[in-house]
Every structure is written in C-alpha cells, then in structure tokens.
Design a protein around this ligand. Structure first.
Ligand code: S3P
Length: 166
C-alpha cells in the first residue's frame, strides 16, 4: 500500500475521515498538523501569531516531505498544504490523494464556533472561507487523484467511497 493523503479546506473532515479510513485499512493515521505541534511544542495558532504564516509554511513543507517518504499511512494534511508547489508535487507523486470537497457555507456551519483555526479568527469567517475556497479549490483539484464530495454522506460512507477507489 502507498500513502493516502487527504486534502481540503479546514472543516472538510480530513482528520475524522482519515482516522476511520486508517482503522479500516489497518495502517497508521498521521495528522501533519499534530506532528508540527509536537515539534514546535505549542499550538499552530500560537505559532502563527508569534512567527507568522511563512514560518509555519516552511515547517509544514519540511514535515510533509518527511511524512510522504515515510512508511505508508493515511495522512491528513493542513488545509493550506497545497499552497506550496513542492507540496502539491510531492503529495501527488508519492501517494494517492483525495480531495474532500465541501462548500464554504457547509464549512462555515461546521466551524463557526471553532477558535483553533488562525485563519478563521476574523470578523467575517464565512467570507474568509469563500476567499480561501476561490484560491484553493483549483489547487486541490490539481493535486488530487480523486475528488470526494462531502456534503451529505456520513463519515462511514465517505470512507467507503474512498475505499472503492483503491
Ligand atoms: C490551515 C489549516 C490548518 C492548519 C493551519 C493552516 C490553512 O489545518 O494547518 O491552521 O491554511 O488552511 P486544518 O485544515 O486541519 O484546519
């Protein structure tokens, strides 16, 4: 088996779906954001505030480079992973990539009380999600081997949809 990477905007379900998918496949589940937090010893939100977004992207690129060369796993990536061309290239070349697509409105419904996502701590998070979607949806599509529509199905159904593509 090769590494299965999940990409998509914050709130798309990458960690939830990823955990169940890994359990079904009996491979490790790895969350790149959790690996980064382990290394920096604080939350990503704190790191963003202290060091800025570019420092976070550098770290994210290094961690994704390592993880995509490690043992096969289900890899949940941060929503901004596709912003760097090298990440897009590596994710696509080193595994199978699934884009969990949701509309900004659906993501907003799921995340409106979330305080952990630095990019959404703004006056109008829905507009921010719409802006992020406009920039990133083409990048997710370019990186992914498969697009999984997350609107209605349950997590178990989404996992089955991914398993059917393998
Ligand atoms: C980010 C998404 C976050 C995290 C960081 C930046 C983004 O991950 O990597 O806060 O740019 O969309 P999730 O997609 O798991 O929220």
């Amino acid at each position: 088996m090769t590494t299965l990477a999940l990409i998509g905007l914050p709130g798309a379900g990458k960690s939830t779906v990823g955990r169940q998918l890994a359990r079904r496949l009996q491979v490790p589940f790895v969350d790149s954001d959790a690996v980064i937090e382990d290394r920096i010893g604080c939350t990503i939100r704190e790191f963003f505030e202290r060091e800025g977004e570019e420092a976070f992207r550098d770290l994210e690129e290094a961690v994704l480079d390592e993880l995509t060369q490690g043992p096969p796993c289900v890899l949940s990536t941060g929503g901004g992973a596709v912003l760097r061309p090298l990440n897009r290239q590596r994710l696509r070349a080193r595994g199978r990539v699934f884009y969990l697509r949701s509309t900004p409105e659906e993501l907003y419904r799921r995340l409106r009380h979330d305080r952990t996502r630095p990019l959404l701590q703004v006056a109008d998070p829905l507009q921010r999600l719409r802006d992020l979607y406009a920039v990133r949806d083409p990048l997710y599509r370019e990186t992914a081997h498969y697009v999984i529509e997350t609107g209605r199905p349950t997590v178990a159904t989404l996992v089955n949809m991914i398993l059917m593509q393998l």
